[in-house]
Design a protein around this ligand. Structure first.
Ligand SMILES: Nc1ncnc2c1ncn2[C@@H]1O[C@H](COP(=O)(O)O)[C@@H](OP(=O)(O)O)[C@H]1O
Ligand SMILES: [Mg+2]
Length: 404
């Protein structure tokens, strides 16, 4: 491509005091007059690139995954609304997120299994029903079953007979699969960003499909993410519509629509190639990612904008439509990343033209079971900027290690 249009973003950011949703203020575009010299460091090619494999169609799976995530999002929104209206005491209680987590997993699992009948249905998901089967959880279980039935009925398109408590437990337990490199496995985080959910901030329902160890489709429902962050948009306020559904299928690009069903539009990652014009996402929770390390990397890259801290894989969604250019995640030593925290986000970004790698430049490997075996951290950006980012990350990691 001869001409590169670069997007520089993000002047300042604020969190609305009532909704605690993060808004991007001051959104502007600039033109990058020249290419930044690309570092000699280059990304290692994926071990078995899905793009290189023969492209299969997963249209039916994608349509079902979108439906399942949209319904699960409806269930979560209902619980979060009740949570935000409740008093302070019940806000410190973790039970709302428990109800929504289990309920969301039951809805997604039930819909996938019912609408895509297969002898080898496999779901790798975060929750299992162990605690819910205990005597003291009976009341919670009944609440979940009621919510699941109300949610399925709200779809209105078919006759679903009421699920029993046992049906709900069975649907939840379908998520016990170990995944792996053979066959197809659904990968679900029923509420990613539980901390954000409890605060009333960002969270996502994240669903991916692995085929022979590769992510072939992904859906991210982000109920609190503003729909509009387009060029020239100066300010968001509480009246702005929220609720985004991102989806991607291998080889066909990434699309976004509103959770209430607008026409999908194709999205692309930012084309910013000057690091200093980039903005970056990271976890809201300092316990989930080393903010001091990202600040060191940002300084090395001369990034001027402050970090955009939001919960969940909504970061991948926002990056896929160019709201920001970089996402960095460096968990504290010893933390093992789970596949459901990245599968859907990863394909949503790569199909929008981005790159996701570990801190050594390797693509993420989803074929090894429930965990990702990673080297230090996860970095995400567009293809042009990745070598520069990778170099800064590796230099910063070395400096950090030598200062210990
Ligand atoms: N100590 C830790 N380091 C890194 N990630 C962690 C962590 N503890 C929990 N997480 C993961 O971080 C996810 C949230 O990511 P983010 O920080 O981007 O919002 C959590 O997903 P859940 O909320 O689904 O449990 C959880 O899987
Ligand atoms: Mg998660």
């Amino acid at each position: 491509m001869a001409i590169i249009l670069s997007t520089a973003l993000l002047g300042c950011i604020y969190v609305h005091p009532l909704t605690r949703i993060l808004y991007l203020d001051h959104y502007y575009y600039t033109y990058a007059p020249k290419l930044k010299s690309i570092s000699s460091l280059s990304l290692k090619p994926p071990r078995n690139s899905v793009r290189a494999a023969s492209i299969m169609s997963y249209d039916k799976e994608l349509a079902t995954a979108k439906k399942a995530c949209s319904l699960a999002a409806r269930l979560c929104q209902k619980v979060q609304r009740a949570l935000l209206q409740s008093d302070v005491q019940s806000k410190s209680d973790k039970s709302p997120v428990t109800v929504a987590d289990y309920g969301s997993q039951a809805v997604v699992s039930f819909i996938l299994e019912k609408e895509l009948p297969s002898r080898s249905f496999s779901l790798v998901a975060e929750e299992d029903s162990g605690d819910l089967r205990k005597e003291e959880s009976q009341e919670t279980l009944q609440r979940i079953t009621k919510l699941v039935n109300e949610t399925l009925a709200s779809d209105g398109t078919e006759n679903v007979s009421l699920l029993s408590d046992e049906d709900v437990l069975t649907a939840i337990d379908s998520g016990k699969s170990e995944g792996g490199s053979f066959g197809q496995h659904w990968v679900l985080d029923p509420i990613d960003g539980t901390k954000g959910f409890l605060r009333g901030d960002q969270y996502a329902i994240a669903l991916g499909l692995l085929d022979e160890g590769k992510v072939v489709l992904g859906v991210l429902a982000c109920p609190n993410l503003p729909l509009q962050t387009s060029a020239g948009h100066v300010q968001h306020n509480v009246q702005d519509k929220v609720g985004c559904l991102f989806f991607a299928q291998v080889g066909t690009g990434t699309y976004m629509q509103s959770l209430d069903g607008s026409q999908p539009t194709k999205v692309d990652v930012s084309s910013t190639e000057n690091a200093e014009d980039a903005s970056f996402f990271e976890s809201f929770e300092a316990a989930h990612s080393l903010h001091d390390l990202t600040s060191m990397i940002a300084k090395k890259l001369s990034i001027k904008a402050p970090p955009v801290r939001i919960d969940s894989q909504a970061k991948y969604g926002a990056l896929s439509r160019g709201d920001g250019t970089i996402y960095m995640r460096f968990p504290h030593r010893g933390y093992r990343e789970k596949i459901w925290d990245h599968a859907a986000g990863c394909i949503v970004v790569t199909e929008a033209g981005g790159v996701v790698s570990d801190a050594a430049g390797n693509p993420l490997d989803f074929s090894r079971g429930r965990y990702l075996d990673l080297d230090t951290g996860i970095i995400v950006t567009n293809q042009k900027l990745m070598p520069t980012l990778l170099k800064a990350v590796q230099e910063s990691l070395k400096e950090k290690a030598s200062s210990l």
